[in-house]
Design a protein around this ligand. Sequence first.
Ligand code: SF4
Length: 440
Amino acid sequence: MRVVAARDGGLCRIRLPGGVLSAAHSRALADAARAHASGVLELTNRANVQIRGVRAGEEAALSAMLIGAGLGPAGIDAASPVERACAADELRNVMLSPLAGLDPNAASDTTALAQALIDMMQREPRFAALSPKFALQLDGGERLAMLEHPHDIWLAARKHGATVRFVLGLAGCPSEPPVGALAVEDVCTSIRALLHAFLDLANANATRMRDVLAAHSLEALLQRAREHGEFALMRDDTPSHAWRRATSDARLRLGAHALHADGSGYVGAQPVLGRIDSNTLHALADLAVEHGDATLCVTPWQGLLLPNVAGHAMPATLERLRALGLVCANADPLARLVACTGSTGCAKSRADTKADALRLATLLPDDTEVHLSGCERSCAAAHRAPFTLLASAPERYDLYRREDSKAGLGPRFGQLLAPNLTIEAAALALAQQPRSTHDV
Ligand code: SF4
């Protein structure tokens, strides 16, 4: 809705609730990107899409085309005031697993609850004051989930006898200790009370939950939520480590995977460095119609899944994805690289991170994951990667290594190993590091 200026033209972010994109919406996005922008789209690490290179003077036409196709928030149409559309759109930051509603072994299908949370937030005018970055995670216990991105509020489903409870945590990830648990029927009203409590305590500079918890005790926040009524947080005697979420294997995001006894499941792939052109997006929509259920699920790894592919159709689907130039296997070095927009599209970038990442792909040691960032803002990775190359100048990078297993904590990129390296020198330095894709 809100087109922001970038070096390569306007940038338009489109939020996809739950990351789900129907084939019709995929085609509408591709057509809009071609009609009013460069035709280049990016998948983001929040499982959203952005259109790059929006032409000057065509911003309103682009937004109208997207809203007209049903890609705006509920209740917004092409005649709605832009500011109202923006405010409503920014309240759709609810992260789900790309397998939400698809994994039969998950503790809970979170799709309906996610929609109820989004509706609740969009209904309440006061919540328009929440920062566009304020984000919730709803984890149903699916086998594939991004568990390393810190969220302001996270909820994770746990079996509790014959029922399910959602454990609740703040300013962190579902792999960390929670603060309590909610019955499913209490989630919406309790989160509403918690959001009001957050806004009560947040001063002008406190936009995220971590800011409020730095200035106020957890108990003060929870007490304030209780004063808003219907805050039904249960404290549980179970040791908090027993509530923690088991890890999720990110390698499951690529390739063909059966979910059901009949061999049907999903096929995952990612465009090179998260970028896709409108022709490829059209081809993916066709593929989803032909072999899947006419939807694409965008993943927080800047990739996508085709859900509900029959077992017998998986090899052909994978082959088509490969032919379209998508990365489909973890062995591909491009599966282990992320890079921000870089200097071709972002004025803040000190290097052309995308081009440098492609060079590094030809030299990357096995089992090594690297994030290339043009500046300290780290747009391409919300968590700390095992290794980060932070641009210091064109074609020069400082190499950092993550130091602990808590991907979201501590200094931004970890320990500085070596400054001002060329890509070739960085590859050599990486080859001398312990081989681990997960924790160092
Ligand atoms: S990390 Fe910095 S250089 Fe890269 S896209 Fe974000 S703001 Fe631009």
